[in-house]
Design a protein around this ligand. Structure first.
Ligand SMILES: C[S@@+](CC[C@H](N)C(=O)[O-])C[C@H]1O[C@@H](n2cnc3c(N)ncnc32)[C@H](O)[C@@H]1O
Length: 254
């Protein structure tokens, strides 16, 4: 007997930014798998079971959740933000691809959430108004050389970039190296936004430029947006600046 497995994204932290669809799926599920701080955000009823695990245990967590679904559980796997962006949906797919046949019979649903870069962008204007990309700066699952190659290629191609996983205790130098790499390609007055804990009570949003971008301003809860050469910051008297990337490329004929 196979149950169901729903992979949900809670959004960046503000309960109002969790979709009604996700809230409904949580209300109906029996078993919850996820990183403990994400499970802490749920208000579960008696009888709904938490299975918390550590941050780096995605494949073990996926296996446990799929096994529980195979036993008939109505399983919910919980991610912050969107579950498909550097999160659990890909880990579950990877487990299904490499796991026992029974896991292929589990009904899997992915319910989207508001990802960090969208929450940060919305706080300051429209920095993602033209072409952009998202890059994880974590070199746990890919070599640093590949990250530098992608950074340079994205910057040269004129993409705005959103950096996830910018820094951690185990990865203290990568963000500084990324800024150094970008300074060789982009103008030093390129807009840089440090968006920390967007949507949470301890939110901090700071707008600076590439010359002054200081890795010490970031932590694990920060998503950094690096503009393209077209991205502007409009100052406004008595109000925070508005950062946006125009919808048209300067090469466009208008
Ligand atoms: C493992 S990734 C998970 C991303 C998540 N699935 C999402 O869609 O936002 C964790 C990274 O997301 C970013 N992040 C998550 N929540 C955030 C928030 N509320 N504000 C800013 N950045 C956040 C940070 O870069 C953090 O290091």
């Amino acid at each position: 007997m196979s149950g169901r497995l729903t992979i949900v994204g809670l959004g960046p932290g503000n309960p109002e930014q969790t979709t009604p669809e996700v809230t409904r799926a949580i209300a109906g599920a029996s078993d919850f798998y996820g990183y403990a701080p994400y499970l802490d955000r749920l208000s579960l009823r008696p009888g709904q079971i938490r299975h918390a695990s550590d941050n780096r245990e995605e494949l073990d967590r996926s296996a446990a959740a799929l096994n529980r679904a195979c036993e008939g559980g109505d399983v919910c796997v919980v991610s912050g933000g969107d579950p498909g962006v550097f999160a659990m949906a890909a880990a579950i797919c990877e487990a299904v691809e490499n796991g026992p046949d029974a896991w292929r019979q589990v009904e899997i649903t992915v319910l989207p959430g508001i990802t960090a870069m969208l929450a940060v962008a919305a706080r300051i204007g429209a920095p993602l108004g033209h072409d952009f990309c998202a890059i994880s700066l974590s070199d746990n699952l890919k070599p640093w050389e590949l990250i530098e190659k992608r950074l340079a290629a994205a910057a040269e191609a004129g993409f705005v970039m959103a950096f996830y996983n910018p820094i951690s205790r185990a990865r203290p130098w990568q963000l500084g190296k990324a800024f150094d790499c970008l300074r060789t390609v982009l103008p030093v007055d390129t807009v840089v936004v440090f968006g920390r804990a967007a949507g949470r009570p301890d939110e901090r949003i700071e707008i600076t430029d590439l010359a002054a971008a200081d890795p010490a301003k970031a932590d694990m809860a920060t998503c950094i947006i690096v503009g393209s050469p077209e991205t502007r910051s409009i100052s406004r008297p008595g109000l925070p600046p508005l950062v946006y990337t125009p919808r048209f490329a300067k090469e466009a004929s208008r």
